[in-house]
Write a protein of this length. Structure first.
Length: 341
């Protein structure tokens, strides 16, 4: 079936080719070119649309998954929405194992797309980690549901592959392969692993910066409670062992919230906490860069699912322990960090 160049054939065709936008208001006193890759405009609202589509396609091509089959996957939210969309258009049952940090609106979106929610309310008793508890629940469900398939985003090569062939290729081609610094938040580490692979394969002189959460065990971090979903991990993922970032920045919850709010207020980009953490990491990085350097970062998802968390003062005060003055101080510190001495 032929289509007009302006008409896409199905929702899958809308995944990727997201805008790369130059930002001038976020850090107006900076002499560095800042580019934002708006993964939030993917059909499912996040960068997870890319690996979700790639992993399901690979599972179908290999024969592991067929129409009428079942996918069981652990997710903090965004991959769950993406997989619910991909599965519903293929007649595949989807069971998403989430934990108590997952936003209500995200769970509602998964259900609206035909997915089923399996909520893990308590952390793993031995490690105190919610991700570990989610993975244990996935194992139990695979035993209970005949023929169920786990795509295992934490070690599936199709996850970083989607970012190598999609996200980073698009950024590189848009910048003529001239990029000094690339920042991405990490959880499964699929994004930074795929982007790093592309940079390496094309001999780009780009420094890869991983933005992690305080309390994450990735890249040698010390495990602790992490109140914000979508950034960091309580287990060392298989994919994380395939990549060595040039730098790792660990950002606390208050600074991540402050960064997200600053991005919204100055650039009109409503994003989640993982992107807010990138903004904070970028602020501390800017003074070290030469004038005229070019830096790119991933806007991993949109902020609408976080309106009752990251952007809600009562929630931030109750869950993170930060009142208005604390947030204002964090934002002032962020802005100050971006200035050259």
């Amino acid at each position: 079936m032929s289509t007009s160049p302006g008409i896409l054939d199905g929702i899958d065709a809308a995944v990727g080719r997201t805008p790369l936008v130059r930002l001038s208001r976020l850090f107006p006193d900076s002499d560095v070119e800042i580019l934002a890759k708006l993964e939030s405009v993917n059909p499912g609202g996040s960068t997870k649309d890319r690996p979700a589509l790639a992993m399901v396609r690979e599972a179908i091509a290999s024969g592991r998954l067929r129409e009428g089959g079942t996918v069981v996957e652990s997710s903090s939210g965004n991959l769950g929405v993406a997989l619910a969309r991909v599965c519903c258009t293929r007649g595949i049952r989807f069971v998403c194992v989430v934990d108590s940090r997952t936003n209500r609106s995200t769970m509602a979106a998964i259900r609206a797309l035909g997915g089923e929610i399996d909520l893990v309310a308590e952390p793993d008793p031995l490690t105190g980690d919610l991700l570990t508890a989610r993975l244990a629940r996935v194992t139990a469900l695979l035993e209970d549901i005949p023929g169920a398939v786990n795509l295992y985003q934490y070690g599936n090569p199709a996850n970083p592959g989607a970012h190598r062939e999609g996200t980073m290729r698009e950024i590189a081609e848009a910048t003529d392969h001239r990029l000094d610094v690339m920042l991405a938040a990490v959880s499964t580490t699929g994004t930074i692993a795929g982007c790093s692979a592309y940079v390496r394969e094309h001999a780009m002189a780009t420094r890869m910066i991983a933005v992690d959460a305080v309390g994450s065990v990735l890249f040698g971090g010390a495990g602790a409670a992490r109140p914000l979903p979508g950034i960091g991990a309580g287990v060392v993922t298989e994919t994380s062992r395939t990549v060595v970032p040039d730098e790792v920045h660990r950002i606390g919850a208050v600074d991540a919230v402050a960064g997200a709010r600053l991005l919204a207020q100055r650039e009109g980009i409503l994003a989640g906490a993982s992107t807010g953490a990138i903004v904070r990491a970028m602020a501390s990085l800017l003074p070290r860069l030469e004038a005229g350097a070019r830096i790119a970062f991933i806007v991993h998802d949109g902020g609408a699912p976080y309106l009752d968390t990251v952007y809600d003062d009562d929630w931030v005060r109750r869950v993170i322990g930060a009142d208005a003055s604390t947030l204002a101080a964090a934002q002032d510190s962020l802005i100050s960090a971006s200035l050259r001495g």
